[in-house]
Ligand binder design. Structure first.
Ligand code: 7TS
Length: 422
């Protein structure tokens, strides 16, 4: 789904943010005796009671191992676990639920593709393209597999003006040797949303595959893999209201069928003899060992919750907060915001620096006021180098954040500025 189109649709129901907030126990708490203003959602989102209760209920009354028991509990656990896979498949528009592989998160999903697909398909002379604004999870696995296979890793530089992807430049970089284009769908530093349909169009001319890092996009904008035409999508449960330790790799069936297992062990085999083994069907070929059953079921509940809100409404809320944040933060003279100003091409991730305050100091002062932001390099050191900074402060929003929380953020930044200028 094109996020640009969706936000112009005026019939999208608005989120009832007051009601949403009541669903999150942690938002009813205080930090340093102040109401919690949680603006670190790009790192991990908070969890609604519905997800917490689903996991609690599973462990309290329904737990057993999956795919191996003939007893009732095991069958019930298997059913819930596989239903969660179907929910995720529907949520991202996959054609089949066996195109969804459970992983620990985005990082493991990208490693799976880099190793399993890469070892089978890459050789000297082949090229992988990533960009300068990738999270380390979409850089390091490719560096490792290039070292193993002799393939070359090249990076797409950002547009010098607004730090968006320059797709003309991408077109120039493509050659018949380009085997994979692996790009973030939404930057965890700049918030920039990548026009994946265009990337896929360019890639198709060239016969290369496209992997999208959806860690920041899947929680915040409607993502449909079939409409986008991408080959792989990686994302994490914990950034989309689900538990930690669970995430997904979506892969097109034909590609997954051709890829060898990533890890060996129980559940991923069809037969084992002392001399050789054969592999289980998809998706189990890639899921060795007892999986994170509660995690998958919890992520299924998170998907239910997001679908109940409607991803169009989630995106519309983000758009509203982004517009507000851009003008509110721009009013503070000492603040420079990185990334595009147009709220239609960005998500709710705002990295900024204060002329007089180091990001870590700013983070600490804000914490003392109950405002949780992140400071650091955000696992994007090449991007920090391109921006010419060592670190930034970062505020990132989600469904439960409000304009008045952005006002509080700005007030806290202003008061920190006054404190440090004394
Ligand atoms: N890709 C992007 C774009 C990310 O933002 C992150 C996590 C990852 C990959 C890795 O996800 P994981 O769940 O496997 O760890 N980003 C952040 C962040 O910005 N702050 O903390 C984690």
């Amino acid at each position: 789904m094109d996020s640009h189109k969706s936000i112009q649709n005026l019939s999208i129901p608005e989120l009832d943010v007051d009601a949403v907030r009541k669903d999150f126990p942690i938002l009813q708490t205080t930090i340093h005796d102040k109401p919690l203003i949680y603006l670190d959602n790009a790192a991990s989102s908070q969890k609604p009671e519905f997800v917490i209760k689903t996991i609690n209920n599973y462990y309290s009354y329904e737990h057993s191992n999956v795919h191996r028991g003939i007893h009732h509990l095991s069958q019930q656990a298997t059913q819930q676990y596989e239903q969660a896979r179907e929910k995720v498949a529907n949520f991202i528009g996959a054609n089949h639920s066996h195109e969804i592989i459970w992983t620990r998160g985005t990082t493991e999903a990208i490693n799976l593709v880099a190793y399993s697909w890469g070892q089978n398909n890459l050789k000297q002379g082949d090229v992988i393209i990533i960009s300068t604004c990738e999270h380390h999870s979409n850089i390091v696995p490719w560096q490792l597999i290039c070292e193993l296979t002799g393939a070359t890793l090249r990076h797409l530089p950002l547009d010098s003006h607004d730090k968006s992807f320059n797709l003309n430049k991408l077109a120039e970089m493509l050659t018949p040797n380009t085997r994979m284009i692996a790009l973030t769908h939404m930057s965890n530093v700049l918030g920039t949303i990548t026009d994946l349909s265009k990337v896929v169009e360019l890639a198709r001319h060239n016969g290369s595959l496209v992997l999208a890092d959806g860690a920041q996009s899947v929680p915040h904008i409607p993502v449909n893999v079939a409409e986008l035409g991408i080959d792989f999508l990686a994302f994490s449960g914990h950034k989309m209201l689900g538990p930690t330790g669970i995430g997904c790799l979506y892969g097109r069936e034909e590609l997954l069928e051709d890829m060898p297992p990533y890890q060996g062990g129980g559940d991923m085999i069809e037969t084992v003899t002392m001399s050789q083994s054969t592999w289980n069907q998809l998706p189990y070929k890639f899921e060795a060992g007892t999986p994170n059953i509660a995690g998958a079921i919890g992520l299924g509940a998170a998907v239910d919750y997001l679908e109940h809100l409607g991803m169009e409404s989630v995106r519309a809320h983000s758009h509203k907060l982004n517009s507000y944040a851009i003008s509110a933060l721009s009013e503070i003279d000492q603040i420079s915001i990185y990334g595009p100003r147009n709220p239609s091409v960005r998500g709710g991730v705002f990295s900024f620096n204060h002329a007089d305050i180091h990001p870590h100091d700013l983070g600490q002062v804000l914490d003392s006021k109950g405002v949780a932001i992140r400071a650091g390099h955000h696992c994007a050191q090449p991007l920090m180098a391109e921006l010419g900074v060592g670190s930034t402060a970062r505020a990132s929003f989600y469904i439960y954040n409000t304009q008045s929380e952005i006002d509080e953020l700005c007030a806290a930044i202003k008061s920190a500025g006054e404190f440090f200028s004394k």
